[in-house]
Design a protein around this ligand. Structure first.
Ligand code: SF4
Ligand code: SF4
Length: 376
């Protein structure tokens, strides 16, 4: 099914790179980031443009492997390959690159990246308790000071609240679209859900992005989808995905499943609502971002709570956990997640460990087909 608002969104976001260059020529700054722990609200408060730099393409990996170990996670290699080739327009446009100390591979890659771009390392704690929060808030204060110095601007309390309000509207609008997956059947395929969240991450004008997402949510929600034969509803959880690293979503849907929710930081983790306006805005951002339930946290109780909540809200028939090869945090966490999903949620569970290449597609297809047959 096609919707005019979706076609319009595609046409507008096809021009994202051009628009970014126009905004830069008009004097706006660009801040690249590799992780959603970095609060984009601080960047918006500088009237700068936040862009995601996580590599999702296989093409740049061979170049990265001339420097980095082949066993590293494909996301890190893809990202660094872009830097070596100077082939990512968002990285090229970035006046500053923020690098969260998430996993070891990324941390060490950032040292190499710093030889090519101005890099700011944001020290992310690995715990989500009170001490971790106090540490994180201090790191955000330092990051704020760095942005002010590097972009020659001042972040006032008022500009930060305005940025938080804009971010709140962006999250709510994106959630309206992603929540369409709760309908039976979902009007959007998993690939379309991913495409929308991915394209929205690169729109230079957030006000416009909110409007386009609202339009899509309205038009698609009003459309009547003929009841399909029952397709198994899948919650995909795990590592980030994007256009170019969508192999497993495509395979699941080609094999007859409907991916109704994507619980990762490219998709549903992006819509975690911000708390109500109160107190200090920086403290609010620290409290909001630190509990993101990513496997880099230890322990990471929010991951299980989130999977349980999404499995219920999206009425899923099974959970698929995607792990990039070389990602130890998600790979290890998959062991306890399997027990939780099978024993506590009583749902079937499939972990897929792969990379961005297509060489294992047919093997994966056979595994996925067997898994879906078991659900029938
Ligand atoms: S998976 Fe975790 S560490 Fe990696 S980019 Fe997402 S939130 Fe950051
Ligand atoms: S997927 Fe895992 S290994 Fe790759 S960058 Fe994210 S946390 Fe690090």
């Amino acid at each position: 099914m096609t919707w005019s608002s979706f076609e319009q969104f595609r046409a507008i976001t096809d021009r994202n790179v051009l628009r970014l260059q126009e905004e830069k020529q008009a004097g706006r700054k660009v801040v690249g980031q590799y992780c959603i722990y970095t609060p984009m609200e601080l960047v918006l408060a500088c009237e700068a443009i936040p862009v995601s730099l996580c590599g999702t393409k296989n093409d740049s990996i061979a170049t990265a492997e001339t420097v980095l170990p082949r066993t590293l996670c494909p996301l890190i290699k893809s990202s660094f390959g872009f830097a070596l080739e100077d082939s990512c327009p968002y990285l090229a446009a970035s006046d500053l690159v923020v690098c969260d100390t998430t996993c070891d591979g990324k941390k060490k890659m950032f040292e190499l990246l710093a030889q090519r771009k101005p890099v700011y390392v944001l020290e992310l704690p690995q715990r989500q308790d009170e001490e971790g929060l106090a540490y994180w808030q201090k790191q955000l204060e330092l990051f704020k000071a760095k942005l002010e110095e590097h972009l020659q601007t001042t972040i006032t309390e008022q500009s930060l609240w305005q940025a938080i309000d804009l971010s709140r509207r962006f999250r709510a609008a994106l959630q309206k679209v992603l929540d369409l997956g709760k309908r039976k059947p979902s009007p959007l395929t998993g690939l379309e859900l991913l495409e929308i969240a991915f394209r929205a991450s690169f729109m230079p004008v957030y006000e416009e992005c909110v409007e386009e997402l609202e339009n899509m949510a309205r038009e698609i929600a009003a459309s009547v989808i003929a009841e399909d034969t029952h397709k198994p509803r899948i919650l995909l959880t795990g590592v980030p995905t994007g256009l170019g690293s969508h192999k497993v979503i495509s395979l699941l849907e080609e094999c007859g499943a409907s991916v109704v929710c994507i619980d990762n930081c490219s998709c549903y983790k992006k819509v975690r609502p911000l708390p109500e306006r109160q107190g200090d805005p920086l403290a609010l951002l620290a409290k909001h971002s630190l509990p993101i339930p990513c496997a880099v946290m230890s322990p990471n109780p929010g991951r299980y709570e989130t999977v349980a909540e999404l499995a219920r809200e999206f009425s899923v028939d099974a959970v698929c956990d995607l792990t990039w090869q070389g990602c130890q945090t998600y790979d290890v966490e998959s062991v306890s997640l399997r027990h939780f999903v099978q024993d506590t949620l009583s749902l079937p569970f499939l972990q897929i460990v792969t990379d961005y290449a297509t060489s294992d597609s047919e093997q994966l297809r056979i595994r996925i087909q067997a898994f879906l047959e078991m659900l029938a």
